[in-house]
Structures are given as C-alpha cells and as structure tokens.
Design a protein around this ligand. Structure first.
Ligand SMILES: *Cc1c(COP(=O)(O)O)cnc(C)c1O
Length: 376
C-alpha cells in the first residue's frame, strides 16, 4: 500500500486560473473592476439570486449583511456555536450580542426548534449556516423567520453547489454570504460574495464595501468627464480585486464537475464506513444535496478509540484529517457566554473531518477507512 501523504483538502487550481490572473495583471486593472462585475453576475446567476456583491471574504460579507439589515447594539443575533468562529464574530462587529443555538446531531444544522428555544423579543436576526455544505431546511427556517419577524442571514460560506428542495441554496434567501477561501470548494485565494434579491440592499452593500462612496471607482474611471464622488455613510474597504475575480470566473466553470466528483467520493465513503460500528457519517436530509465541502463522521461510545487518538494515528499513517467543526462557545473569545449545547459539544468533541478533494482516489479512501477499521 502507498504511503503517500493524503491532504484533508486541496484547492483545484490549474493553468486556466494562472492565465486568467495573468491577463488581469497585464490589463493594468488589478483592483475592483470589470472582472469583479462579471464574476458577481455569473455567481449570482449560478446560485439563483438576482444580485451578487463581491467582497473581500465571507466574514466581511456577513458583517455587511447585518449592517444592511440594521442590526446594532441591544439586538440579539442567533447563531450556531458549531461553526467557524466568524459567524458569531459578525454579530459582535455590529455591536449586537450573539446568542448560541444548538444543532441537530445528524445534520450539524440549526433547526426551527433549536432556534425557538433561545429566541427572545430582542432577537433581530438569525445567521444560519449551511454546515460544511449540508443545507439546513431552507423552507422551514425561512418560513419561521418570516413568522417571527426576524431576518434570516444565510452563512453559505461552504455551500456553493449545494441544493435544497431541488434549487440552489442561494435561491429565495433573504441574504446569503459565501466564501472563496482555499478551504472551500471553489477559491479566489481570499474572497467572498453577498447574494440577495433586494436591489436596494445591493446598492447600499456596493457602497458599504467601498468606503460608503456613491460612485464606484470603476464608474469614475470609465467616465469621460470628471465625477465627484460623495461619501454617504461610514463604509469599509471590503473590495475584491480583479485578479481574484478572474480566478473566480474560471473556478465557477469547474464548480459542477467538482461537486459531482465530491458526491461520488462521499457516497463511496458512506458505503465503506457502513460496516464499522460506532461511526456515523453526516446525514444529508432527503430535501437536500450537499456539495460535501466537509465530510465528517461522528464517533459513538461503541467506537474503541478516542477521537484525538484517531487523529494522531491517521497523521502517523500520513493521513491528514481534522477535528470536527469548532464550537465558538468553547473558545476563550466567548468565555463567560452561557450556552446549553449538548449536540454541539458532542459533535465538536467526537467528530472528525475526512480527506475529500479532487485528487482523492478510491485507493486513498480504502487506506483511510482501513485505518479506521483497525481502531473500531
Ligand atoms: C469559512 C467560513 C467562514 C469565513 O469565510 P472567510 O471567507 O474565510 O471569511 C464563515 N462561515 C463559515 C461557516 C465558514 O466555513
């Protein structure tokens, strides 16, 4: 058996991306410009939204989404603790209080019931995460948020290519934020996108990401006469560059193929893991198709080896796995925040993310599962 190292993930970048980036550089237009506009249009269309607003990363996208909604001091924002910490931090950026809700053990996602359990009259927004690309119940959560009069922000950082009820997860979302970090299925190095169907929000979001300017730099440069811009409110520099967008356009063309491949590999993991007692793979609900940005397994008490020992033994075998999704409420940054989150704590302590990327082979999967089998 081969002893070659197996990375947990690998961005899929080729000569086409290198060419596209080089063309942007040669064009002389390297900051936000025509390629960003083209990428916004193409991405929004692909995920089923009317508007795409490119930003520097998903974290800044979440921040601006909360600004657009009008979340501020005194407001509560319900978030899963089980998420990358940026989800909770976004609430703090606007001076609001993040309130942690538990997740469903099988899917890793918030549910109507777990949100309702922590909802108060101060709840202004919810940031629900499509966890590791596994879609939450869009129908149930969107309807509940409307009923409660609360804004639902969708943290779709991991969910490009995922579907719920046969539609891309961006379709029908009030507002969603996406990531193009190399850890995600498609990447622009760093980068993010906000999508929404609200044209007025889109105008304001474009302004907020560009210092609050009422005329974009691209519009100013394209004008034949001098244009005097005004700064309408305190904005930010959260722009994406044209070099990144050039790469993003190529990556977007790869998305369907990458997702199809990930689904095949995930289905194969499901099969291989069936015989191992005490191992439960992530459940993708019947209404959804995941892009499997993360494929995780949860160890039950029947499994003989402690999760952290499994990680070490895999590492010794040249296999790079990762601990399960983090839980923000267990980090020093959130020390002192009250939270009763049994499923979140079980998942973060007893789950593990298996390698999944475009160069992963069936032989690699056999090797990985082979090691797990010896530890059961
Ligand atoms: C990766 C990730 C983010 C942050 O994305 P960046 O583009 O790195 O800012 C936010 N939320 C979730 C759920 C993520 O997985």
């Amino acid at each position: 058996m081969s002893n070659a190292k197996i990375p947990v993930m690998l961005p899929c970048l080729g000569e086409e991306e290198a060419q596209a980036a080089a063309e942007a550089v040669r064009s002389g237009w390297v900051a936000q410009g025509p390629r960003v506009t083209a990428f916004e249009k193409a991405f929004a269309e692909r995920v089923g939204a009317a508007e795409g607003i490119a930003v520097s990363n998903c974290t800044t996208g979440l921040h601006l989404a909360l600004v657009a909604i009008g979340v501020g001091p005194g407001d509560e924002v319900i978030v899963p603790s089980l998420s990358f910490i940026a989800t909770a931090n976004a609430a703090r950026y606007v001076g609001a209080t993040p309130v942690f809700a538990d997740v469903d053990l099988a899917t890793g996602n918030l549910t109507e019931a777990t949100i309702d359990a922590v909802r108060t009259e101060r709840t202004k927004a919810i940031i629900a995460v499509h966890q590791g690309g596994n879609p939450f119940d869009t129908r149930a959560l969107r309807a509940a948020a409307t009923r409660w009069g609360v804004a639902l922000v969708e943290d779709a950082a991991c969910a490009a290519g995922s579907t719920a009820y046969g539609r891309p997860v961006g379709e029908g979302a009030l507002i969603a934020a996406w990531s193009f970090h190399p850890r995600k299925v498609i990447t622009t190095g760093e980068g993010g996108m906000i999508t929404t169907d609200d044209a007025e929000w889109a105008v304001r979001l474009r302004r907020l990401r560009e210092h609050g300017m009422n005329v974009s730099a691209a519009e100013r440069h394209a004008a034949t006469q001098p244009v005097l811009e005004a700064y309408l409110e305190t904005g930010y520099n959260y722009r994406m560059t044209d070099i990144q967008a050039a790469v993003g356009l190529v990556q977007l063309d790869r998305l369907d193929g990458l997702v199809a491949q990930r689904r095949e590999l995930a289905a194969r993991y499901d099969e291989l893991l069936k015989g191992i007692e005490g191992v439960t793979p992530v459940t993708v609900p019947g209404y959804a198709e995941s892009n499997y940005q993360s494929y995780w397994i949860l160890f039950g008490a029947e499994f003989a080896t402690d999760r952290d020992d499994v990680l070490r033994i895999l590492a010794d075998a040249g296999i790079s796995a990762r601990r399960g999704i983090m839980a923000a409420h267990l980090e020093p940054a959130y020390a002192g925040v009250e939270a009763d989150l049994p499923n979140t704590e079980r998942l973060t302590r007893h789950s593990l993310i298996l390698p999944l990327h475009h160069l992963l082979t069936a032989e690699d999967q056999d090797r990985i599962v082979g090691v797990l089998r010896t530890l059961a």
